[in-house]
Design a protein around this ligand. Structure first.
Ligand SMILES: Cc1cc2nc3c(=O)[nH]c(=O)nc-3n(C[C@H](O)[C@H](O)[C@H](O)COP(=O)(O)OP(=O)(O)OC[C@H]3O[C@@H](n4cnc5c(N)ncnc54)[C@H](O)[C@@H]3O)c2cc1C
Length: 433
């Protein structure tokens, strides 16, 4: 019987482990497959970055109950963790709980999700057939039958290219050793790679501003370090954001710092530069734009150009995706970054996350497709709702436990005082870049 099989949770990041906590509380058998050698493997890759939301919004409620029962001492709720703090003080203790640890398979990369015995084209009672999760791990290839799948694999491992049109720029793949995708720790473990180098940062969001700011601190120490900041959009006004937003001082500060660095000449800003080619020359890597522009040569490129979901291992699953956001169609209008900041995305759950493939859900960053504005708190609410649905508690699945104020510009947790809602808005707004 399919119903006696476990639920598979793919990925042991914040959303996947929140799902594990809710499944534990409801007594639903589960197995978590994580490709990394530790839980929170993707968060570890930006472990040096401080979150913009304080601890009180970064811990799932079911996880907190289980941890508290186990004698865990919660971090100070008003303080802001780094990514490493999030992993070491929250995700690792959670994954070590006796009720969760035996069900977590580290070093198991999911390479396929299918319906047993049929491909995507065949109906043949597929809704009654188990899913098969195929993983690659220490013991080779393993096939695990499960009754439902919660895909919480995030998007961090699928960065966008530097090519302006969404595919790699001509030559980008050959230039791989010059390019780091993500947010390097330029003041820490990656310092030697960037010190005294000619560095280009590509991207307009908060991740790019973060790297530009860190590189400028490095350049104060190592004067030969030069920083060029390349953005696709035209006009510096769009790049710095609203630096004077009193409600969002952290975001404003990042934009203001970037503005100051550009105005002082310490960072050279190239706006409206749409990268078409990466050319390896004798003195470094040059970037060429479609309209004849040239930047460089550079020794290093930091691609802070965002992320996209990997659907490769879901090729045989019947998905209903929005054509451009790549979330479910029901979710897309709620999260479209052309319309929403992360502070104004309405809460949602199993109903909005359902695909035609009964029993398959994506939660967390993966559920948002290409939209960059997921909050941990939203991912936790998704996990709660989907687990309730899988447990047959349709009323709880449909209930909204994360309330976003009607103003549309702030978000908070049900019954939070206005000050905390404002703080949450402040804290979370800057993750959207
Ligand atoms: C720099 C940065 C700062 C952020 N700051 C905030 C903030 O302040 N507040 C906030 O609310 N949100 C913030 N976010 C947004 C969001 O909350 C985080 O991205 C969060 O990590 C998403 O959690 P997740 O569990 O969905 O995905 P992830 O954390 O990406 O976890 C996915 C997990 O799945 C694993 N995995 C991937 N592929 C496979 C596979 N094929 N098989 C098995 N396992 C796999 C990965 O190794 C990883 O452990 C931030 C995001 C970034 C990038």
């Amino acid at each position: 019987m399919t119903t006696q099989l476990p639920v598979a949770v793919l990925g042991a990041g914040p959303a996947g482990l929140a799902a594990a906590a809710h499944l534990t509380e409801r007594g639903v058998p589960f197995v978590v497959f994580e490709s990394g050698e530790s839980v929170g493997a993707s968060v570890q890759q930006w472990g040096h970055v401080r979150l913009f939301s304080p601890w009180r919004y970064n811990i799932d409620r079911a996880a907190q109950r289980l941890l508290t029962d186990d004698g865990w001492r919660p971090p100070e709720p008003a303080t802001y963790p780094t990514g490493t703090d999030l992993v070491e003080r929250y995700l690792m203790p959670l994954a070590r709980l006796a009720t969760i640890a035996p069900h977590v398979r580290l070093g198991h990369r999911v390479i396929g999700v299918t319906r047993q015995g049929v491909d995507k084209l065949r109906d043949d009672h597929r809704g009654h057939r188990p899913f098969i999760v195929t993983t690659e791990g220490p013991a080779g290839i393993t096939r695990t039958p499960v009754r439902a799948v919660m895909d919480a694999t995030g998007t961090w491992l699928s960065p966008n290219p530097i090519g302006a049109e969404g595919i790699p720029a001509v030559g980008e793949e050959y230039a791989a050793r010059w390019i780091h995708y993500g947010i390097p720790d330029v003041l820490g473990v990656d310092r030697a790679r960037y010190a005294g180098k000619r560095v280009a940062v590509v991207g307009a969001g908060h991740s790019a501003k973060h790297v530009v700011r860190d590189l400028s601190l490095l350049a104060e120490d190592v004067i030969d370090t030069t920083i060029t900041w390349i953005v696709r959009r035209g006009g510096a006004d769009n790049v710095f954001g609203d630096q004077a937003d009193a409600r969002l001082p952290e975001r404003g500060k990042l934009g203001a710092d970037a503005h100051r660095l550009v105005a002082s000449g310490r960072v050279q800003l190239e706006t409206g530069f749409r990268i078409e080619r990466a050319v390896i020359g004798e003195s470094g890597l040059e970037l060429l734009s479609a309209d004849g522009g040239k930047a460089g040569p550079f020794d290093e490129i930091v691609a802070a150009t965002g992320f996209r979901p990997d659907f490769g291992f879901l090729r045989e699953i019947r998905l209903d995706l929005d054509p451009w956001v790549e979330s479910t169609r029901a979710l897309a209008p709620l999260i479209d970054p052309n319309v929403h900041s992360c502070g104004s995305v309405p809460p949602h759950g199993a109903a909005e996350l359902a695909h035609p493939e009964q029993g398959f859900y994506a939660i967390g960053a993966k559920s948002y497709g290409r939209a960059p504005n997921l909050l941990l708190a939203t991912g936790y609410e998704q996990a709660r709702s989907v687990v309730a649905e899988l447990a047959g508690d349709h009323e709880a699945a449909g209930r909204v436990e994360l309330v976003l104020p009607a103003s549309g510009s702030a978000c908070g947790v049900k019954n939070e005082p206005a000050t905390q809602i404002a703080e949450f808005e402040l804290a979370t707004s800057a993750c959207c870049g």
